[in-house]
Ligand binder design. Structure first.
Ligand code: UD1
Length: 372
């Protein structure tokens, strides 16, 4: 009998872990056909940004950690390419599966395609049309070279067609991030986590902020805090803070705008980054989510929670078209306007097609057809 095909899954940064978890679980159901191998590039390395997710989502320990850590875009991308190429030359896998749009996604796709190893990109075809976002460059370049492009919406498939990618390379499969949400939901929402923080159901807002375009500019970040200050008079804000944002808050002397000692009502309360289950619990019970994350726009859409996205654009327009998401930009007036609108949008919200917990099944079936 033929040996199982070696299928490498690449994980690098926090939003990748919930995307690879259901695919590894699914691939592991076919031990005669597939040998899943997990590579962690080490782009995120703090336990709260990485190991917690492995523990909570039952992801097996990585077979290898490339330990590239932080750096400029070129340093990160270059280091991942060099170390991943070495790994590929030793391991000779049959397929590399990359997810999302982080620097490691592009770096691993480049290294693999140049060695003529097939690459599948999960979450392909998303476009913000904003080339100032590093992720947009990563998305465009990865989609241009990957062999198989799995999309979360028909719009994303259409976008890839417009870019000249042949139909045979594109498949609309749904959303693997929602596979994880559905898998974890009961456990996460039934715990009383939000109560342990002293929060009251639907009376608080959950905030996340980490995009360089929002947090790396002092004026923009100060402006966002002005708007949040107004919102915090209606909703106590809980703010699990990304390390990049924590550094900027200190650098820009904005520490006085937030409370870091426990939770105070009608304040912006800063807490350390949280695990997946704690975040899902806080999202589900929140009255409102304020965010610049991509994943939260999708998760709030499925959970029917009003979401104000602190960005001018989104690569996930379906969350605005059918979901609960409202684009606010990062100016004070825009944020406050969107905040007022957010709650009335709920009644028309729907769950997008194939965001049904079965995206990983569709992906692994196709990959088996292609390599086995
Ligand atoms: C990266 C992704 C972004 C994703 C985000 C999720 C790119 C270009 N960006 O952005 O798309 O939405 O992850 O978090 O790939 N740091 C730590 N501990 C860590 C990781 C990072 O302290 O475990 C700090 C370091 O100061 C680092 C900074 O955060 O320089 C930024 O990390 P980096 O991986 O460069 O980008 P993110 O902003 O996390």
């Amino acid at each position: 009998m033929a040996l199982p095909k070696k299928m490498v899954f690449v994980a690098a940064a926090r939003p990748n872990f919930m995307k690879i978890a259901p695919m590894i679980r699914e691939a592991s159901r076919y031990p005669d056909l597939l040998k899943p191998i997990l590579v962690h590039t080490g782009q995120h390395y703090d336990p709260a940004m990485s190991q917690t997710f492995f523990d909570q989502l039952g992801i097996p320990s990585p077979d290898i950690n490339l330990e590239i850590g932080s750096g400029t875009h070129a340093q990160q991308t270059g280091q991942v390419m060099i170390r991943f190429e070495q790994f590929l030359l030793e391991e000779h896998p049959d397929m590399v599966v990359v997810v999302g749009d982080v620097n490691s996604t592009l770096a691993c796709s480049l290294a693999a395609t140049k060695l003529h190893i097939k690459v599948a990109h999960v979450e392909a075809g998303l476009r913000s049309f904003d080339r100032k976002m590093p992720e947009e460059i990563n998305r465009l370049a990865t989609d241009a070279i990957a062999d198989l492009l799995f999309t979360t919406s028909e719009e994303a498939s259409l976008q890839l067609q417009k870019e000249g990618i042949p139909d045979a390379r594109i498949q609309f499969v749904g959303n693997v991030m929602i596979d994880t949400l559905i898998h974890q939901k009961e456990r996460a929402i039934q715990s009383a986590y939000y109560k342990t923080l002293g929060l009251t159901e639907k009376k608080y807002a959950l905030l996340t902020l980490h995009r360089p375009s929002n947090v790396d500019d002092q004026e923009i970040l100060s402006r966002i805090f002005e708007a949040l200050d107004v919102i915090s008079k209606d909703f106590t804000i809980i703010f699990p803070v990304h390390p990049r944002t924590r550094n900027r808050i200190q650098e820009f002397n904005l520490v006085g705008k937030v409370n870091s000692e426990g939770i105070e009502p009608n304040t912006i309360n800063l807490v350390n980054p949280l695990g997946y289950n704690e975040m899902l619990n806080l999202t589900y019970h929140a009255g409102l989510v304020l965010t610049d994350s991509g994943g939260l726009q999708e998760e709030t859409t499925v959970l029917g929670i009003p979401c104000v996205t602190l960005r001018e654009n989104t690569e996930r327009p379906i969350t605005v078209e059918v979901g609960t998401n409202i684009l606010a930009g990062n100016r004070k007036d825009g944020i406050l306007n969107a905040y007022q609108q957010a709650r009335s949008k709920l009644s028309q919200a729907k769950i997008p097609t194939f965001w049904d917990g079965k995206a990983s099944e569709r992906i692994i079936q196709r990959l088996i057809e292609v390599i086995c």
